[in-house]
Structures are given as C-alpha cells and as structure tokens.
Design a protein around this ligand. Sequence first.
Ligand code: ADP
Ligand code: MG
Length: 373
Amino acid sequence: MTHIELKNITKGFDSNKPVIENLNLTVNDGEFLVLVGPSGCGKSTTLRLIAGLETAGSGDISIAGKLVNNIPPKDRDISMVFQNYALYPHMSVYDNMAFGLKLRKYSKDKIRERVNEAANILEITDLLDRKPKQLSGGQRQRVALGRAIVRKPQVFLFDEPLSNLDAKLRVQMRAEIKKLHKQLKTTMVYVTHDQVEAMTMGSRIAVMKDGVIHQLDTPLNIFNEPADLFVAGFIGSPAMNFIATKVSNDNMLYSEDTKITLPIPQKYQSQLNNQIDKEIVVGIRPDGLAIHSESQKDYKFEANLELVEPLGNETILYLSKGPQSLTCISKQYDPQSYNENSIELFVNPAMIHLFDSSSTKRIKPLISPNGQK
Ligand code: ADP
Ligand code: MG
C-alpha cells in the first residue's frame, strides 16, 4: 500500500512567511493525484518535500506507512521527472535509461531486461541506439519517462514534465502518461500550473494557492462544485463569470454596478432567506449564458457585444455590461445576432453558482428529496 501522507507540513525558506503552512494531504495507493495552482504557489516545494530534496520545518511525511522525515532521497524509492529532463548527450538512449540502474549495481542482464521492458511500454525500442540529439522533443520526453520507470519505484513524482513541449505534443504525452499509469498502477503525484492538464489527467486534483490546498476532489466535482471563488475562477476555460451582487428584499440578487437583477434560484432560497443586503458573488460559467432562450424569461439582461470568436464547433462571445466583462460560449454561430451592439443574454438558473463575498466560500444549494439540485 503505497499511500503518501503529509501531516501539518510547514516549510519556509528564510525568515519570511512560510511558503507552505500546515499542509495536510493524503495521496491514495495507486492514485494519480494532480497538484495544480498558479506559479509560485508551492507545488514544486511540496513535491520536493515528498522526494526528500527539501526538509520540512515541521510536520511528518510518510510513504507506505513509514515515516520518511529523516530518510535521504535515494532511499525513498521514488522517481522524479522534471520539466528539464536533461539526458546525457553523449550516451545512447539505452545507456541513458540504464544509468540509474548501473549506479545501483544491478546486473547486466537485469538492466537489459528492465530497459527493454520500459522501451516496450513507451514504444521506443527502435530508438535505443540513438543519441538524444537524434530524437524529437516528444521522443526525448519518453526517454526521460523511461529512465524513471526502469527503477520500478513505489512512487512517481512529475514536476511540470510537459511544459517544454509544443501544444500538440503536450496533448499526446498527456495521454501517454495516463496510459502509463493505467499500466503500472503506481502511485503518482503530478504537478502542473495548467488546469486543462489537471482536469484531463488527475484521478483527483488538489487545487493550491499560496501554499494552501483550497480543494481536493475529482476533476468533475471540482468543476461542478468549486469550494470557493479561487477554485471557481482557476478551473475551467474560459473562466467563470463573476458578478458582485446583494440580496434584495424581493428575493432577487441585485448588482449595483451593472444593474443586473436575477431571481435567487429556488435551490438557494432557503439559505438566503432574510439575508437582505448580504453580499453574494454570482458565478456563471460561459456556457451558462445564451443568446437564445424561450424558457428563462426572468433570468436575462441586456449586454454589449464587444467581440465574436467563431471556433467552428462553438462561438465565444465577449460582452460587457457597465464595468463588467462577460464571456459566453454559444454552440451556435448566429451572425445575424452579432450585427447588433446590444444583445439579450439569458442565464440558465441551473448553472448559477453562489459564493459568500466575505468568506469567498461556495454557498451549497439545497438538494431536494428527489436528488435534484
Ligand atoms: P511552484 O512550483 O508552485 O511554482 P515553488 O514551490 O517553486 O512554486 O515556490 C514557492 C515559493 O517558494 C516561491 O515564492 C519561491 O520563490 C519560493 N522558493 C522556492 N524555492 C526556494 C528556495 N530554494 N529558496 C528561497 N525561496 C524559494
Ligand atoms: Mg514549480
């Protein structure tokens, strides 16, 4: 059972505020956990703490139930793949992959067996005699992965391993790493700043900001029920629209800046009962706004159309309402509507998220007895 446990971890580099403060995280056995957050939020530091490349100021780290606080990196049975996966340029692919095993004094036969096995999984068998400079970026990245998997470690740690690849290759390698995980079933922690990578790769995602994990859940739970404004704005592209409002005495949410008024959706009414003037941020993902709707007659407002981006399968509309910018994704392309400056936008009430402005936390909708939210 190779689960990883971080308990009350605090880490600072100098006398300043700690980079990581009281972090608690459990990575389950065989899980693919993605740690995602903006640059500088402490992702690499967390990974390096697990690897033993950094020492925590306080707290405990255990791997497979064993406390590793004082165990050096080489004895933690971990392989790490970095963004800059420098291969040895003068060595063949085979020797690059064999290098770590040679250092660990594996027999020649065992090394050959392990390298061939890894090359087979990664489909690079016919590249084993080449030098790194004779490989494409994607092939090099595969060799770096091969170098990590030949050791059959109990944990893989990835630190933005795809950031140096071009967009197309990133998508391809993303799938390959997922496939690799399916095959090996080893516990993996994968760090990225890219929320699309997180959504597509993670069995679970930990969303981090300023050294604090804001939410840890499956990709879809995070997308559908973001814990707070940060998570809601960080996960999903284009990002969720946020409108600052107040609860009015007629069961409406009223935005002073934009004059947008929306009825409080049924599922939130009991939570906001008698909370007149409470400040609420309304969150609507771009596909929760539409320019055509027959049914949502109470949930609509006029907005100015600033820019239209037809992408073929969908159209992105950039709109404004007073000081507020809004993004709408429409499945249809409707050039006639786009001729007008001011268009009517409909909000799908089922897709309205509400957040408490002061705590920034999500307001949980009431689930009715038949399970409908
Ligand atoms: P991320 O990987 O999320 O981009 P890091 O974990 O690398 O973030 O860094 C988190 C914070 O810690 C940053 O503010 C960074 O400047 C700081 N930091 C990281 N490593 C060191 C170090 N060795 N010395 C001083 N500060 C560091
Ligand atoms: Mg980093």
